[in-house]
Design a protein around this ligand. Structure first.
Ligand SMILES: Cc1ncc(COP(=O)(O)O)c(C=O)c1O
Length: 375
């Protein structure tokens, strides 16, 4: 018999139950209530942003942010090709075209050196993604954006608490988005948020989130909006999670350190490296095989599954997905193509003990050594 390790699992070990019961007892279970205001205030404070507007998911947060920057059909928005599909889809929801950028081989994030060459008269903005918890190199991206009058929305869905040159993600670009899906560093079940220091953008995001209703005139809709609200119950869980966010981040860091200790000697895998200007929150500990192809990576996943270890393949790059493959030549993205076919996320969550990570790492090393010899 062996243990079974999911790739991720939330930990609800604070005031989650108490606050949810408070919602039930008070009957404030819908999208009004004290926990929503509180979660917004505390989230803004945590991210050092002036405003936080919570909503139903990270995906709707992206859509709201792009609409607030008035992204229209025919516009282009730059997105790293190695990301979760929601980053690209939100651009498409606006009728605009996502323009993909290859990634940096060390951080696996948007390669800032490739951005400027992709700017056209139709480019409206850039969405750097802080992939797997490591911040993107923001300064060069912001410099290019300023030079060309583009907005920058950070996709910090996976990276709450990460820092870039001492600054918290969520307060670096013109706006940022977070996800609170169940596998994220802190969760509300489903949920998301937009953060920004810009009063006008914050007001637009709120308007669009709340059906486009004028806040000063009920049932008057100056624009078409959406119901992208978060409920008080979700926000209650979010408040409890946020109270213990330092602990949640410490656990990710502890898990990442242990994997690094156990896997460091393994020549055949690349481990995540933290750049000198970055504080990563190690959302998902990731490895990249230094040999083989997608086939070896997939057989590694199957072999690990046989001994109770669930893993996740890296995201398929956006330029390979059917809705987007016609936009670019595959050869434009050599780094993302190599990394995405060889990358795996290992189980990363607070409940993992040293002996669990020792076991998982041992199995990883055994499978890697077998597969690399058979190549
Ligand atoms: C990079 C990135 N962007 C956006 C999202 C979308 O967030 P959600 O699943 O809350 O809609 C995710 C979620 O996994 C993500 O990883």
């Amino acid at each position: 018999m062996f243990n079974s390790y999911p790739v991720s699992a939330p930990t609800l070990n604070g005031n989650e139950r108490k606050y949810v019961m408070d919602c039930v007892d008070s009957t404030w279970i819908s999208s009004k209530g004290g926990y929503i205001d509180r979660f917004e205030e505390e989230l803004a404070t945590f991210c050092h942003a002036k405003h936080a507007i919570v909503c139903s998911s990270g995906t709707t947060a992206l859509h709201l942010a792009l609409m607030a920057y008035d992204v229209q059909p025919g516009d282009e928005v730059m997105v790293p090709t190695l990301t979760f599909v929601a980053t690209a889809n939100a651009v498409t929801y606006c009728g605009a075209v996502p323009v993909f950028v290859d990634v940096d081989p060390v951080t696996w994030n948007m390669d800032a050196a490739l951005v400027e060459a992709k700017i056209t008269p139709r480019t409206k903005g850039i969405i750097p993604v802080h992939l797997y918890g490591h911040p993107a190199d923001m300064d060069p991206i912001l410099t290019i954006a300023r030079r060309h009058g583009l907005f920058v929305v950070e996709d910090a869905a996976e990276a709450i608490g990460a820092q870039y040159r001492g600054q918290s993600v969520g307060s670096i670009g013109n706006a940022a988005i977070f996800s609170f899906f169940g596998n994220k560093i802190i969760t509300t079940g489903e949920g998301g948020a937009v953060t920004t220091n810009d009063d006008t953008i914050a007001a637009k995001v709120r308007l669009l989130r709340d059906q486009g209703m004028d806040r000063a005139k009920r049932y008057w809709y100056p624009t078409i909006g959406y119901n992208y609200r978060m409920t008080n119950v979700q926000a209650a869980i979010g408040c409890a999670q946020l109270e213990r966010i330092s602990w949640h981040i410490e656990q990710r860091t502890r898990v990442a350190k242990l994997y690094t200790e156990f896997l460091n000697e393994c020549q055949d895998v690349m481990l995540p490296r933290e750049r000198e200007w970055a504080k990563s929150v190690s959302w998902m500990f990731s490895i990249v095989l230094q040999f083989g192809s997608e086939v070896s990576r997939d057989s590694m996943q199957n072999r690990l599954a046989e001994v109770g270890i669930e893993t996740r393949p890296f995201f398929y790059p956006m330029h390979r997905l059917p809705p987007y493959a016609h936009l670019h030549e595959n050869s434009e993205f050599p780094v993302a193509n190599r990394i995405s076919t060889r990358g795996l996320n290992l189980p990363t969550y607070a409940a993992l003990r040293r002996e669990d990570i020792d076991y998982i790492s041992g199995q990883v090393k055994d499978v890697v050594s077998e597969l690399s010899q058979s190549e």
